[in-house]
Each structure stands twice: as C-alpha cells, then as structure tokens.
Ligand binder design. Structure first.
Ligand SMILES: [Zn+2]
Length: 123
C-alpha cells in the first residue's frame, strides 16, 4: 500500500502521529493516576495476607501491591491512549505529510468497500 501526495503525487510520505504521541502520554499519565487508585486497593489486599507474617509481611505485601498497581495502571492507560490516538490520527488529523512539498493530508480517501451483491439466479 503506497500513499500518494494529492498535490504533487509524490510517494515520499511521512506520518505525523501527533494524536498517537499526545494521547499515548496522556493515557500513560491517566493510567498511572488510575493505577494509583488501584494501587491503594492492591496494597491493602497485599498487606492483609502479609499481616499473618507480622510487620515485615505487611511491608512486603503492601509494596508488591503498590508496584503491580502502578505498572498495570500505567501500561493499560498507555495502550488505551495509543489506540485512541491512532484513531484520531487516521480519522481526524491530517496525519500524512508529503516529504517533497510539505502538504499535509489525511490518509486514504474514505472509500467504503463495496460489498459484492450476490444474487441467486434461479432457473
Ligand atoms: Zn507533495
């Protein structure tokens, strides 16, 4: 699949991916914040069984829950952000930039694939 510049018909096309970059970082930040909320819950969940092993158990269990919560929250947020940003890039923003003339344009012209009409020709 090669994309052509609608202005000068060059095939040297770059991608901006502004949406992906922005949404990816926002998603990661949001995910980390969301992960923090989950973190507090998992820290408590981790600390509970750790309580049987005494104070060091509480610390280890709580810390484990803290790390897991932050990691999962951040990762999940970033992937959601990247997916959303990708959709933004492809559909909303002029994601493609011609490297020859600098013209920005959105991807493929939105031609919906035509479904073949199947008709049963009864004799
Ligand atoms: Zn061009």
């Amino acid at each position: 699949m090669s994309i052509q510049c609608p202005k000068c018909h060059s095939t040297r096309i770059g991608k901006n991916n502004y949406g992906k970059k922005t949404a990816g970082s926002i998603g990661a930040a949001g995910g980390t914040i969301g992960g923090y909320a989950a973190t507090v819950a998992s820290a408590k969940a981790g600390a509970a069984p750790g309580a049987f092993a005494g104070p060091p158990g509480i610390a280890i269990g709580g810390l484990g829950g803290l790390i897991i919560g932050a990691l999962f929250g951040g990762a999940a947020g970033a992937s959601v952000g990247v997916i959303l940003g990708d959709i933004l890039d492809e559909n909303v923003l002029d994601n493609h930039r011609c490297l020859d003339c600098g013209h920005c344009f959105s991807g493929e012209p939105t031609t919906k694939p035509k479904l073949p009409i199947i008709r049963d020709h009864q004799p």
